[in-house]
Design a protein around this ligand. Structure first.
Ligand code: F6P
Length: 333
C-alpha cells in the first residue's frame, strides 16, 4: 500500500481500513513511505492493526505522501515492479488522485500483480465514485472560512474574493459557495465555456447591490482561474472600478484538521472494499461508491471520463439565489 499525491483528510482512515481488513482476511500489509518515491527507493515498513488503530481522526498520512514525476518513466515502473516482486507482494493498493492512478496504470504495464486504487483527493474529480476521500472535509473548511469572511464583509459592505483549491475541477468551489451563500463563483468548468471579464463581474456586483441594497458580496474563486489569482483580481477591482475589495487565500488549510465524519466513513468503506476486491481477483480498478453501492471502476475511466458539476446547483446559484436578470421565468414542469 502507498498514499500518493496531494494528501487528503481521511487518507489515514483509509489506510487503517486496509490494514484492519487485511488482517481480518489473513493478509499481510507492507506500506511504502512517500508514495511512489518509497516504492522506487525501497522505503517500506510492515503495518499491523496496532499501528493504525487510532489514526482515523488525523488528516495527513502517517506513511507520508509525495508527488513523483520520475515515476512516468519506463525505467521507474520496471524498477518498481522488481521491488514489488523481490518482496513477494501480490497486490498494491494506491490511495490517491488521478495522477497517482495514472502511475498505477503505468506500473500495471510492467507488473503482473493486482493493483487497486482508492480515491483520495480533496478535488472530488475522479469519475466513477460519488465522492472522493477528503472532499467533504475541504468543503466544510472552505464553508467555515466563508462564514467568517461574511461577518467582516457584511460589517463593511465589502467585496471579498476567497480562493479555494481545485485547479481543474470546481466541486469545492461550487459546494462551498452554495453552503455559505456566496454571490458569485469563478470555477474551471464555467471559465472554459465563457471566461468571465472584470466588466461583467462589476456589472453583476452592481446588479446584486441594486436588487438587494448595499451589503457584502462574497466571491469564490477556484485557484488558477484568474491571472494572479484573488490578489490580482481584488487589486484590479479597486484600481479600475474604485470598488473596495479584499482577497483571502485558503490554500493548504483545506487539507488539514480533523476529517469530517463522512470522510472517515467513506475512507473506511473504501479501504475495506479495496481488500475485498483483491480477494475477488480484481485488478486495475478503483474502489468506488455509487448510490450507496460499492463499485469497481476501471482505473483509466477515473481520469479519462469526467463527473460534471451538478446542473441544478449551478442553476439555483445563478438564477435563483443571485439576481442576474430583471424578470424571472417560471420553472419548467
Ligand atoms: O490535488 C489536490 C490538490 O490539493 C489540489 O486541489 C491543488 O491544486 C494541489 O493539490 C496542490 O498541490 P501541492 O500540495 O503539491 O501544492
Amino acid at each position: 500500500m502507498l498514499t500518493s499525491g496531494g494528501d487528503a483528510p481521511g487518507m489515514n482512515a483509509a489506510l487503517r481500513a486496509v490494514v484492519l481488513a487485511a488482517e481480518h482476511y489473513d493478509m499481510e500489509v507492507i506500506a511504502f513511505r512517500h508514495g511512489y518515491e518509497g516504492l522506487l527507493d525501497n522505503e517500506y515498513l510492515s503495518l499491523k492493526a496496532a499501528d493504525v488503530l487510532h489514526v482515523l481522526q488525523y488528516s495527513g498520512t502517517i506513511i507520508k505522501s509525495a508527488r513523483c514525476p520520475r515515476f512516468k518513466e519506463v525505467a521507474a515502473a520496471q524498477l518498481a515492479a522488481e521491488n514489488l516482486d523481490a518482496l513477494g507482494l501480490s497486490a498494491l493498493v494506491v490511495i490517491g488522485g488521478d495522477g497517482s492512478f495514472r502511475g498505477a496504470e503505468h506500473l500495471s504495464q510492467y507488473w503482473q500483480g493486482q493493483i487497486i486504487g482508492v480515491p483520495g483527493t480533496i478535488d472530488n474529480d475522479l469519475y466513477g465514485t460519488d465522492a472522493t476521500i477528503g472532499y467533504a472535509t475541504a468543503v466544510a473548511i472552505a464553508m467555515d472560512a466563508l462564514d467568517k469572511i461574511r461577518d467582516t464583509a457584511d460589517a463593511m459592505d465589502r467585496v471579498f474574493i476567497v480562493e479555494v483549491m481545485g485547479r481543474h475541477a470546481g466541486f469545492i468551489g461550487l459546494s462551498s459557495a452554495m453552503a455559505a451563500g456566496a454571490e458569485r463563483m469563478i470555477l474551471p468548468e464555467l471559465q472554459r465555456d465563457k471566461p468571465l471579464t472584470v466588466a461583467a463581474l462589476v456589472k453583476h456586483i452592481k446588479r446584486v447591490e441594486a436588487v438587494r441594497g448595499p451589503g457584502s458580496y462574497v466571491m469564490v474563486l477556484s485557484e488558477h482561474q484568474w491571472p494572479g489569482g484573488a490578489v490580482a483580481l481584488s487589486e484590479q477591482l479597486e484600481a479600475e472600478f474604485d470598488m473596495p475589495c479584499r482577497p483571502c487565500l485558503l490554500g493548504h488549510i483545506q487539507r488539514g484538521g480533523a476529517p469530517a465524519p463522512s470522510d472517515r466513513i467513506l475512507a473506511s468503506q473504501l479501504g475495506v472494499h479495496a481488500i475485498e476486491l483483491i480477494l475477488q481477483g480484481a485488478t486495475r480498478v478503483m474502489a468506488g461508491i455509487k448510490a450507496n453501492q460499492m463499485v469497481a471502476v476501471p482505473l483509466v475511466d477515473t481520469w479519462t471520463k469526467k463527473n460534471p458539476l451538478d446542473e441544478n446547483l449551478l442553476r439555483i446559484q445563478h438564477e435563483i439565489f443571485n439576481p442576474v436578470k430583471k424578470s424571472a421565468s417560471k420553472p419548467s414542469q
